[in-house]
Design a protein around this ligand. Structure first.
Ligand code: FE
Length: 334
């Protein structure tokens, strides 16, 4: 029961219908990352938020539940996952000038089905000792033979690397992207293995000098006593595409096709792009707010400013199949 429901029940002295329904969210993100911003929403509006953590089978669940789904909203990470949700036909467009004004056009869908809430950049972690400031400026440069035997990365088939290669395709086309993927592979110090943090550990251990990784992992490593020395051995460098900016991906939100509480769900979506909510939500996972005017956490701001690549993420998602094929053709993980 919400605060307002309590009030209403007291005033009427009867078992009245709630003035505001709760909002239910299916999320593939860890609920503890989302809870603080939802608490802020409930404090401001009196609308309770139910979070259901759906680790796998989100689309299957939404499809099976159909019109009877209790979910009003879905939250996912990575444009490929969001695009799969959209393609499944289980979400609907929302009409909101607030959302259009807050979220930059490249970080939301053109048909108003999904909206980015936070971003993370896919950057280069570089050894403080072995890589000079300014030595890495572009993604294209990572295929240069000067890096031979010096680069570590997780699997080329992972969503994060497929999105980066998809963005490369968006900038340069499939042919050049394949040459780049081959060049990057030729520069690897070892076979792709482990997650983004494992690559930083490899830099710390002297096995390679630079790695690909998402920005928020720096925050996670710094918060882990075992990993803090890995983090201290590297600095974040923001490469750009030669004709663009730094590749980012999103965490995002969409309204389900069947949303039982459409009005409250929209209210929550709009709250989530307010400066206050943006700062809370982004800080929780060391991400960047999508709202340009929202405050970044001190830690995140300390990594420096960069130019976000302005390629539309929907276009990036559209190149995923080609990116996957290229990774397989160059046998990136082999
Ligand atoms: Fe991650």
């Amino acid at each position: 029961m919400t605060i307002r429901t309590h009030l209403l029940a007291t005033v009427t002295g009867a078992c009245a219908l709630p003035a505001f329904a709760d909002v239910s969210i299916y999320t593939t993100r860890q609920p503890e990352l989302i809870q603080p911003v939802m608490d802020a929403f409930t404090a401001e509006t009196g609308i309770a938020v139910n979070l259901a953590f759906v680790n796998e089978g989100l689309i299957e669940r939404l499809t099976a539940e159909g019109a009877r789904s209790p979910a009003d909203l879905v939250m996912t990470v990575d444009i490929a996952n969001m695009q799969r949700v959209v393609d499944s036909g289980t979400v609907q467009p929302v009409d909101s000038q607030v959302l259009l004004d807050a979220v930059p056009a490249n970080l939301r869908s053109a048909d108003n089905t999904w909206f980015g809430l936070t971003t993370r950049a896919r950057i280069v972690y570089a050894s403080k000792e072995r890589v000079a400031e300014g030595e890495i400026t572009t993604y294209e440069d990572l295929a240069d033979p000067k890096w031979k035997g010096r680069i570590c990365t997780r699997s080329g088939l992972h969503d994060y690397n497929l999105a980066l290669l998809s963005a490369y395709i968006a900038h340069h086309g499939e042919e050049e992207a394949k040459v780049w993927a081959q060049g990057l592979k030729d520069n690897l110090a070892k076979k792709p293995e482990g997650n983004d943090r494992a690559q930083v550990k490899s830099i710390w251990a002297g096995e390679c000098d630079i790695s690909l990784g998402n920005t928020y992992y720096m925050g996670q490593m710094l918060a882990d006593p075992e990993q803090v020395e890995w983090a201290d051995s590297v600095s974040i460098r923001f490469p750009t595409f030669e004709d663009g900016g730094t590749h980012v991906n999103i965490s995002g939100i969409a309204m389900t096709q069947s949303a039982p509480n459409k009005e409250e769900a929209l209210q929550l979506m709009e709250f989530l792009v307010s400066p206050e909510a943006q700062a809370i939500y982004a800080e929780e996972n060391n991400e960047y707010p999508v709202l340009p005017s929202a405050a970044r956490s001190d830690l995140v701001q300390g990594w420096g400013d960069f130019t976000v690549d302005d390629i539309d993420l929907t276009e990036v998602a559209g190149h995923r199949a080609a990116a996957l094929r290229i990774m397989e053709e160059v046998n990136f993980d082999g």
